[in-house]
Design a protein around this ligand. Structure first.
Ligand SMILES: [Zn+2]
Length: 202
């Protein structure tokens, strides 16, 4: 559930800190859609929202966060997490997408933003294709005030899925792509690598 316990206006008036929300999950779990949903509600409330993503993710339009269902919102590509601090000075709410591609300094950056009174909403892959914690996500999930794990549907058996299974034989951690490269899988189907996808051709 989205945290709704405090208002940013209250925090501004009393000089209290903001907070950090993390939306984590595998590919096709709807994390970007959830990030956009929270940000759009903040925009409706006339809060000043800025959205950032790493320049590395250029699959789609460079200045838009675009989720897989084409529900988009304009964003600013940044080359490092520290750049977010400079560019987010005037805003109440900071959205960060594809957080797993930022360096380890992202957690400290999010802490600084929250201490300065901002609401920080971070979305990212919690695990890489090998099922290992991805980039700064574990630290972010530890320091966050609120963590939401979202799930996809296992494309093999239909159970709730938390893993991003790579369909091609490539060991690079960074391999961007969509349905032709990855599919969502549950714990059982992810670890049973002999379970081939329905459309697999040997
Ligand atoms: Zn499964």
């Amino acid at each position: 559930m989205e945290p709704q316990f405090r208002s940013l206006r209250d925090s501004e008036n009393t000089h209290q800190a903001g907070w950090i929300e993390v939306v984590a999950g595998c590919m096709f779990s709807g994390k970007t859609e959830e990030l956009i949903r929270r940000l759009k509600r903040a925009v409706i409330a006339k809060q000043h929202v800025e959205i950032f993503k790493p320049t590395i993710d250029t699959r789609y339009h460079i200045e838009n966060i675009v989720s897989h269902n084409h529900n988009s919102i304009r964003s600013t590509p940044v080359s490092s997490a520290k750049e977010i601090i400079l560019r987010a000075v005037d805003c109440n709410v900071v959205g960060i997408d594809e957080a797993q591609f930022f360096g380890s300094e992202l957690a400290e950056v999010c802490n600084m933003l929250a201490f300065s009174g901002k609401r920080v909403i971070v979305a990212g892959l919690d695990m890489d294709f090998a099922g290992k914690p991805f980039g700064p996500m574990p630290e972010l999930m530890a320091i966050a005030d609120y963590v939401s794990k979202v799930h996809a549907i296992c494309m093999v058996c239909g159970a709730p899925a938390g893993y991003s299974y790579r369909l091609v034989n490539n060991n690079e951690t960074l391999l961007l792509g969509e349905t032709n490269i990855y599919e969502a899988r549950c714990r059982t189907c992810f670890h049973q690598s002999e379970v081939l996808p329905p459309n697999y051709e040997s």
